[in-house]
Design a protein around this ligand. Structure first.
Ligand code: ATP
Ligand code: BTN
Length: 295
């Protein structure tokens, strides 16, 4: 059932975070950053991490002022975004202490694969990390959503940064609902959910969740850089929310119907139609279940 109400801006009465910072005298973002670095352990040296209390959009901030290339993965986390973005100009809504919103700047190594599969790689990393935390029923909706039993738990926005002759870098932005406020209303296509509902155990601290995601993202980006999306395609397909189900693909100009036949070696969606298999690139299209499929 679609959830479709208007949402007020960040409510002034957002619930406090579940986990107060250990060091009460330090500013919250600094304490959370320290907690994250500690949770990452030795892997922390591969990351440069900024954690701010507020910014418009972590993706936009990294795109507007990319940090210098020092060989590390640059991460920007915000407690609160005032203009969070989804794909195609859509809005991403989040609440202070109730959501995890962050972006990672990944510089393409020389000879890296076509960037098309990157959003799927990020989705797979997110799914695996959440599975390790104990979430069951995780599914991936091509190209950029993470669902739990059909409801949207997280979204991914990849912005590519063009270099002189090739894609130089990508900003991988992730929005994950931790514990949505009881009065949150999100204008969304399907249902929405949060990590607190998806876990039987208590919700871990945001820094612990983020450490699990960054660890998996680090691992899968390495695999992607060296072996390309084919090495991850099977793992993505196992979690495909619409595998062998009827879907429609709506673009700017047309709508195509078919059966979701998985993804190709470069991350393109494979749509089985009466005319055979069609490849669909993520760009300006959206996948929807065909009417009748309740997901
Ligand atoms: P597509 O299939 O084209 O990706 P989508 O509905 O998933 O479609 P996105 O651009 O991926 O759209 O994501 C943005 C959408 O996510 C918003 O339009 C809104 O419907 C929904 N949304 C916004 N904030 C949240 C949130 N915190 N949790 C879940 N869904 C959200
Ligand atoms: C989607 O479902 O369309 C993607 C949503 C991505 C939201 C994240 S939150 C962190 C980063 N900053 C943004 O403005 N968007 C992404």
């Amino acid at each position: 059932m679609p959830v479709s109400q208007r949402i007020a801006a960040v409510p002034p009465t957002s619930p406090p975070p579940d986990h107060a910072p250990d060091n009460a005298s330090a500013p919250a973002p600094a304490a959370r950053r320290a907690e994250l670095i500690s949770a990452l352990g030795p892997l922390a040296r591969d990351f440069a991490i900024d954690w701010v209390s507020e910014c418009a959009s972590t993706n936009s901030a990294l795109l507007d002022a990319p940090p210098p290339d020092d060989g590390r993965l640059h991460v920007l986390v915000a407690d609160r975004q005032t203009a969070g973005r989804g794909r195609r100009g859509r809005q991403w809504l989040s609440w202070d202490g109730a959501s995890l919103t962050f972006s990672v700047l990944w510089r393409f190594p020389l000879g890296a694969p076509a960037p098309a599969g990157l959003s799927l790689v990020a989705g797979l990393a997110l799914a695996r990390a959440l599975e390790q935390l104990g979430v069951a029923g995780l599914q991936l909706k091509w190209p950029n959503d993470v669902l739990v039993h059909g409801d949207k738990l997280a979204g991914i926005l990849v912005d590519l940064v063009a270099g002189r002759a090739r894609t130089a870098a990508a900003v991988i932005g992730i929005g994950l609902n931790l514990r949505l406020p009881a009065d949150a209303t999100i204008p969304a296509q399907g249902g929405v959910t949060d990590l607190a509902r998806a876990l039987e155990a208590p919700l871990p601290a945001p820094a612990a969740v983020l450490a699990a995601i960054l660890t998996e993202l680090h691992r899968l980006l390495d695999t992607f850089a060296t072996a390309g999306f084919p090495a991850l395609r099977g793992a993505w397909a196992q979690r495909n929310a619409f595998a062998e189900l009827p879907v429609c693909i709506s673009g700017e100009k047309d709508v195509r119907h078919g059966i979701c036949a998985g993804v190709d070696d470069d991350g393109a969606l494979l749509l089985r139609t009466a005319d055979g298999i069609e490849r669909v690139l993520a760009g300006d299209v959206s996948l929807r279940p065909l009417a009748g499929d309740g997901r």
